[in-house]
Design a protein around this ligand. Structure first.
Ligand SMILES: [Zn+2]
Length: 135
């Protein structure tokens, strides 16, 4: 269990992360608008503006995901479940939460998931190499 002081520090960290994210989103939107304005109406290259638009959308998609992670963490914080590991139910620990407030896994589960992902990548790579040898 987190102490009330730890809880309020985490809440501050989450709100700060949310504020920064929204600020960055606004800056990037403004930057692409400025770039669009710089090209001038007569010389707008369609492919360039389409490329900018898709970059912009990708960026916003990533930000949206992070924002929903932050909001999920805030509601887990309010429910008092933020310190519970999603996989094993063990405490995640205040230090780890403060460093990565949106995490839902304790360090052991995080490491074993990463290990599993690495193994899966190796299996795919080995299969690819076998296929290459056959050809
Ligand atoms: Zn765990």
């Amino acid at each position: 269990m987190l102490t009330p002081e730890e809880t309020s520090r985490l809440k501050e960290a989450l709100l700060e992360a949310e504020r920064k994210l929204l600020q960055n989103a606004q800056v990037s939107l403004q930057l692409s608008r400025d770039r669009a304005a710089d090209t001038g109406r007569d010389s707008i290259d369609l492919s360039i503006s389409e490329e900018m638009l898709s970059t912009d959308l990708r960026l916003r998609d990533r930000e949206k995901k992070l924002l929903s992670k932050i909001r999920g963490a805030v509601s887990r914080l309010e429910e008092g479940t933020i310190d519970e590991c999603e996989d094993c139910g063990d405490p995640i620990g205040f230090k780890r939460l403060l460093a990565r407030p949106v995490t839902t896994l304790c360090i052991h589960c995080k490491e074993s998931r990463e290990e599993q992902e690495r193994r899966e990548v190796e299996v795919v790579r080995a299969e690819l190499e076998e296929t290459a040898l056959e050809e």
